[in-house]
Design a protein around this ligand. Structure first.
Ligand SMILES: Cc1cc2nc3c(=O)[nH]c(=O)nc-3n(C[C@H](O)[C@H](O)[C@H](O)COP(=O)(O)OP(=O)(O)OC[C@H]3O[C@@H](n4cnc5c(N)ncnc54)[C@H](O)[C@@H]3O)c2cc1C
Length: 617
């Protein structure tokens, strides 16, 4: 553990007891302490995301420790209770109130902040406020991926997409000559080496090589610490237009691409050297939370080895990846909350939401149509005569409320433990099959980004290691300004996918193993990995972890991305039935959440909330 971080956390923190006792046998579930740096959740550092105190009650329920609710009196009545204050739960409250303008709504959220994955991280470094994201990154493909309902919601919240054209400074990193970099770690590649990918722009996710860039591509490949034979083969895989599936029917090609992992495809059709597979292994981590051994080839057409396939050129065009608030989609959560509870924050635009001061003490007003109750874990949701009843725990005390309707906007896998009546075995199994992917998004507040400028990179992938690292997106909006001068403080974004890489296991099994590690890893352990890798990546640029890092927030997401089925592991017909049965309403209880769409996107969270509310009306 870094002395710097210890001192920082200790100075900022106060230890508080976060859990009380009320399982059926009366024994305490657990009693832990958690450092609370501040009463303002986004500014809390240390282990965030699924933080200590937010999940233990749910896990106890999963493990069969049912609370004794017999003596808990009914406290109040609402029109709607929403379980889960993530983007889907907040959107469900919004859509419900749109249909029933006088409705009263209670949103229960087990975390100490709202937004679910859409998490804001804030810091103050050398007198400058830094705002970043600890989860949901960007509005992805709003023109093409968003349904009418989801796009309408963005518009009603005041999001003007064209504003990002200037808010996002696409010229800044090119102006400083910053590119993509790849860090080859000694443990896998025999030596530590950072290689700049001069042949593509820093934000070129596809790493497209134009004929004019081929000398730069060769220079990049020549610098990779692998054998000369592997380098020659990798160059060919990047540039060759050979269609390795030539002569096969379209149906056969599709079948092969969908049911063969990328790793197996490259081995079978290119006899790709293991050294090359090591270079590419983690290229799918960010999107799929597993490596190329567990992602179908059909989803990796941008990688070397696929250039000659016609399928690569049939892929739909991507929109620019610029729709990013400084705190990611946490701003969408904030816009929703400000709309639902106007007293919680001033302002009315997408610009002023970025720095709008949120008064957390006003999220749950004694009087008011909408209450957002944090640190509150739903434990039981059931249909009763004329409505529903919901039991939950807050600060060690059990509560019971009634409502006309409920929306479950928590994780699918949790629903069978909460709604213990009315679910048949098929629905329970379908809900359990949505195994969310574990991820870590760490945000480091650093005093400057000079080392990045010196090394000429803005984003570093790390195929032999744990964390990818990048300078935060250069976005200035409202009164918030990105540090354009490299000598000024910025946030760094670090990303880790704790899957069981190269295990040969299916996606669900890899996620379960990763999740188990993530719940057991301490902040110290995670910080030690970050410090080691970042120092080795950026050290040659003059970076000194002890000196340059001002604060670290580790956002851990053991239940991260909703499970995305693929023909590699999921029979399409079975999956269709599974998806239909999982979101079937149970009486007056509807099921929302991105899990219902089996797709880890913000628009899915919105769309499923919209569908769930329609089912209740
Ligand atoms: C790291 C990461 C990055 C992402 N980046 C993007 C991106 O760039 N663009 C994009 O479109 N999508 C992105 N996604 C996906 C997107 O964030 C999700 O699809 C969306 O936020 C899910 O919203 P949700 O409300 O369905 O679920 P969640 O955000 O998981 O919210 C569910 C909420 O329910 C609460 N809860 C659970 N059980 C209980 C209980 N018993 N009682 C009370 N509360 C409970 C949880 O604490 C949580 O807050 C990302 C996801 C992750 C994890």
């Amino acid at each position: 553990m870094s002395n710097v971080i210890t001192r920082r956390d200790f100075m900022n923190g106060v230890a508080v007891s976060v859990l009380g006792a009320h399982v059926a046998d009366g024994s305490p579930l657990t009693s832990q302490t958690v450092p609370l740096a501040t009463s303002y959740p986004p500014a809390r550092t240390g282990l965030r995301g699924s933080h200590v105190g937010s999940f233990e009650m749910a896990h106890a329920l999963r493990d069969g420790q049912r609370p004794d609710l017999s003596a808990v009196a009914l406290e109040s009545r609402y029109d709607l209770v929403v379980v889960g204050g993530g983007l889907s739960g907040l959107a469900a409250a919004y859509f419900y109130r749109q249909r029933h303008p006088h409705a009263t709504v209670l949103i229960l959220e087990s975390n100490d902040d709202f937004g679910g994955h859409a998490k804001r991280n804030e810091f103050e470094v050398d007198g400058k406020k830094l705002i970043s994201y600890g989860g949901t990154q960007s509005i992805d493909g709003p023109q093409h991926k968003y349904s009418k309902a989801a796009r309408k919601l963005l518009t009603e919240l005041g999001v003007k997409l064209e504003r990002f054209n200037t808010a996002y400074d696409s010229a800044l990193f090119p102006k400083h000559g910053l590119k993509h970099g790849v860090f080859f770690k000694k443990e896998v590649f025999g030596e530590d080496r950072l290689v700049r990918q001069d042949f593509c722009a820093w934000d070129d996710f596809e790493e497209t090589v134009s004929p004019g860039d081929e000398p730069k591509l060769r220079a990049y490949i020549d610098a990779i610490p692998i054998s000369a034979t592997a380098r020659a083969q990798l160059y060919e895989m990047y540039t060759s237009n050979r269609d390795v599936l030539a002569g096969l029917s379209d149906a056969k090609r599709k079948h092969i691409l969908q049911t063969t992992s990328c790793r197996d495809f490259l081995k079978t059709y290119w006899q790709a050297d293991d050294e090359i597979l090591n270079v590419l292994q983690t290229r799918t981590h960010s999107l799929w939370a597993v490596g190329i051994d567990a992602v179908p080839a059909s989803a990796t057409l941008a990688l070397p080895g696929f250039r000659g396939l016609k399928e690569r050129h049939e892929a739909p065009e991507e929109e620019p990846y610029i729709y990013h608030f400084p705190d990611g989609n946490a701003s969408l959560a904030r816009l929703l909350v400000r709309h639902l509870i106007p007293g919680a924050a001033p302002g009315q635009t997408m610009e002023d939401i970025v720095t709008a001061p949120f008064d957390y003490s006003r999220l749950d007003p004694p009087k008011g149509p909408v209450s957002l109750r944090l640190n509150s874990t739903a434990l039981n949701v059931k249909n009763v005569e004329g409505g529903v009843e919901v039991a939950y725990s807050k600060a060690g005390t059990l509560h019971r409320v009634a409502a006309k309707h409920a929306v479950m906007a928590c994780y699918h896998a949790m629903v069978p433990y909460l709604v213990d009546q009315g679910l048949d075995e098929t629905q329970k199994k379908s809900l359990h099959d949505n195994v969310r992917a574990p991820l870590v998004y760490a945000t480091l507040a650093v005093r400057n980004w000079v080392p990045w400028q010196k090394l000429g990179v803005a984003w570093i992938t790390n195929p032999g290691g744990s964390f990818e690292a990048s300078v935060d997106f250069p976005v200035s909006l409202g009164r918030y300004h990105f540090s354009h001068d490299p000598s000024e403080p910025v946030c760094l974004h670090l990303e880790h996918t704790p899957c069981a890489s190269r295990s040969g296991l299916d996606m669900r099994s890899q996620y379960r193993i990763g999740r188990s590690w993530l719940y057991s890893a301490s902040f110290d352990e995670i910080e030690a990995i970050i410090r080691d890798e970042l120092q080795r990546m950026l050290g040659p640029g003059g970076f000194d972890y002890e000196r340059d890092v001002a604060a670290l927030t580790v956002n851990r997401w053991p239940h991260g991305y909703a499970y995305t089925p693929t023909p590699l592991f999921d029979d399409p017909d079975t999956q269709k039935l599974r998806a239909e049965s999982a979101k079937r309403p149970i009486g007056r209880i509807a099921i929302a959440g991105s899990d219902s769409g089996w797709d880890a996107y913000t628009h899915t969270a919105f769309e499923e909330a919209h569908r769930a509310v329609l089912q209740l009306s």
